[in-house]
Design a protein around this ligand. Sequence first.
Ligand code: FAD
Ligand code: NAI
Length: 464
Amino acid sequence: MADFDYDVLVIGAGPGGYVAAIRAAQLGLRTACVESRETLGGTCLNVGCIPSKALLHASELYAEASSGTLAKFGVKLGKVELDLEAMQAEKAKAVKELTGGIAFLFKKNKVDWLKGEARFTGADRVEVGGKPVTAANIVIATGSSVTPLPGVEIDQERIVDSTGALAFPEVPKHLVVIGGGVIGLELGSVWRRLGAKVTVVEYLDEIFPGMDGEVRSEARKLFAKQGLEIRTSTKVTGAKVSAKGVSLTLEPAAGGAAEALEADRVLVSIGRRPNTAGLGLDAAGLATNKRGQIEVDQRFATPVSGIWAIGDVTPGPMLAHKAEDEGVAVAENIAGLTGIVNHAVIPAVVYTHPEIASVGLTEEEARERGEIKVGKFPFLANSRAKTNRDTEGFVKIVADARNDRVLGVHIISSLAGTMIAQAAQAMEFGATSEDIAYTCHAHPTHSEAIKEAAMAVTGKPIHI
Ligand code: FAD
Ligand code: NAI
């Protein structure tokens, strides 16, 4: 590979790209990573996972203090006040520490950070800031950005995408969220907890498309209890911005009379689309599929030899951990090892309160494939949840009726995001529900609900 500037050039330093670059360097390959942002870490660290979780955590603390939850436990405070500036500063600190951490890891592993935007000029070369760079292998990890909604133009003032909604200078009086998906419900929750009236407008007849049906309807009930107004089967067809705010036009999704809805801020969160514009894919001999994604095989190789792709720019769920695992695998494949990602076992978590986590097939998907057994256990009957006065949600395990193999696990619980790792590991090892039921779980923990749900698959939970 001596004729090239690098053995591996990664385009994009998000969770996919930075991880691929570090792994490639660890494997002894001369590696560079091109990133056009001022800081490393991509969407996730700069304007995605990290700042949103920082605000979710902080707003949850505020809600616990201001709603009287802490007082109920005997923790009495004086007047609770919101200091949004301090909250945002703490968020910025977390982002800075983590993005700076990637810069440190690049130095430590001798990954060159090429600052600027990369554009293909051939299959083994790109231009970065007018300078040519060649590489034997190029990994496209350019991520995704918000899908625009025609007629509702994002100005990052009144009408924002998630980046704008992470940085409102004050709590909106009325925030309208367009799209009842993960971003809409996470960021809607943040601003609701901080005092905003929040209306979520969803085109389909239920929030969280693609999730287990029972989880979707239970989640909706819980959000309604928290004061989020959710309007399903409704579309937004236009927006007029004035000095006072935004006047949205709403119509039933199936057609019908239009109505106006006034908001002072609007969040557009109707999905994200892959970043390929301006990348010069033509020059590399590459094309995107109908959804704008770059297709890859199970090794993450594109049809053009030496070009690879991972993360949000490729098909599959747009999740940071999926991108990271693909980053490790692609680097290992480039180095001649065998890098594999099991796409059937990718957990997904919504970091609302309670959290909503899942891995594997939904009950509906599993039923379509064959006979199944389902075990459920409510947190109302879990001792730790009761101790913590935190009994919302349930665990649901879907198993194959023929051999008891676990096909899917779905959890609504304050700790669901952490608990789902156990389910993913069990599925990765091909566990049956009986394997989980006969694994000793510490008491008192929320995780015992997973064991009891596994016992319920054969109809024999103990505590219900
Ligand atoms: P990205 O992180 O998007 O990184 C791509 C990078 O490539 C960007 O920094 C971009 O600047 C750079 N780039 C693009 N084109 C070029 C070019 N031509 N030259 C140079 N650089 C270029 N996922 C989770 O798993 N958990 C979460 O909690 C979570 N929360 C989220 C919250 C929000 C608000 C959002 C928006 C997303 C969230 N996600 C979450 C999704 C997660 O951020 C993405 O799945 C993940 O970042 C994808 O990683 P990636 O490496 O594919 O791309
Ligand atoms: P999403 O795909 O989760 O939800 C979009 C929602 O908008 C869907 O419910 C869809 O039916 C609805 N919708 C589409 N068009 C509409 C329209 N015209 N009017 C009204 N509703 C409409 O997308 P979202 O929330 O934008 O998130 C993008 C991606 O970011 C997701 O794929 C997710 O994987 C990732 N993400 C992950 C997080 C996590 O893992 N916790 C957190 C935030 C984002």
